[in-house]
Ligand binder design. Structure first.
Ligand SMILES: C[S@@+](CC[C@H](N)C(=O)[O-])C[C@H]1O[C@@H](n2cnc3c(N)ncnc32)[C@H](O)[C@@H]1O
Length: 228
């Protein structure tokens, strides 16, 4: 795995004033821990106060601060859009951008965003997305993650299957000069996929933004400057 370009700092993770949650009779230890983490997570609080639907929004904000992914983008596809945090970030940065999102889950309507409740792996999905966008995308974002089953290798393979499909799609449909960002697992992008990205884009980097939880295995691959 490449060095984290954010320098491994986890800004915004102050534990000052940490809240404890009492275990209620009917609440499992697991959900108590989840609740405690939510209550004490500065990104969750920030998302509430700034009107973002997910704390995940800040991962894109931070990736954009580092790599200027959103600068000048007009046609954006958001794969794994639910609940809509990344799409909100795209629209706030570029209010005129056309954004089309797809997710297995339903998403509350978002102004300026066309939403598909559909499996990206469905053969019809790529065509539907391009048709709705009405143009070739200049940015494809994928925050898709397969539902974990708790078996490390299976989870890794399932998410890598989604990344593989997203890379294939991006390489085929992105405008020259366009960018691609996708969630991958620790260990980075697998070598075959990395070589496809390196031959199709001017630069390919990996990063873990500070908003990505330290304990999580997620990283992001950022491929910029699609070759013509
Ligand atoms: C981490 S969430 C995305 C969060 C989003 N970026 C945000 O900021 O709100 C990952 C999403 O990927 C979706 N997903 C997983 N597999 C998918 C598939 N095959 N097709 C479409 N969406 C998928 C999940 O349903 C989930 O909502």
């Amino acid at each position: 795995m490449a060095d984290n370009l954010f320098g491994g700092k986890n800004s915004g993770r102050s534990l000052a004033g940490r809240q404890k949650v009492k275990t209620a009779k009917r609440r499992s230890m697991q959900s108590t821990r989840w609740l405690e983490r939510q209550l004490n997570d500065p990104y969750v609080r920030r998302a509430h106060s700034e009107g973002y639907r997910s704390r995940a929004a800040y991962k894109l904000v931070e990736l954009d601060e580092k790599f200027h992914i959103l600068r000048g983008k007009k046609s954006v596809l958001d794969l794994g859009v639910a609940p809509g945090g990344w799409a909100q970030v795209v629209r706030r940065q570029n209010p005129k951008a056309s954004v089309v999102g797809i997710d297995l889950l339903p998403v509350e309507p978002l102004e300026g965003v066309i939403l598909f409740e559909m499996d990206f792996m469905d053969d019809a999905a790529p065509g539907r997305l391009i048709e709705a966008l009405g143009d070739a995308p200049d940015l494809i974002l994928s925050d898709m993650a397969a539902n974990t089953v708790g078996h490390k290798q299976t989870d890794h393979l399932r998410t890598m299957g989604l990344v593989e499909a997203a890379v294939d799609f991006a390489v085929n449909v992105l405008k020259p000069g366009g960018d691609f960002v996708a969630k991958v697992f620790a260990g980075g992008t697998d070598p075959a996929l990395l070589s496809i990205l390196k031959s199709s884009f001017t630069t390919v980097k990996h990063a873990k933004p500070p908003a990505s939880r330290k304990g999580s295995v997620e990283w992001y691959v950022i491929a910029q400057g699609k070759k013509g």
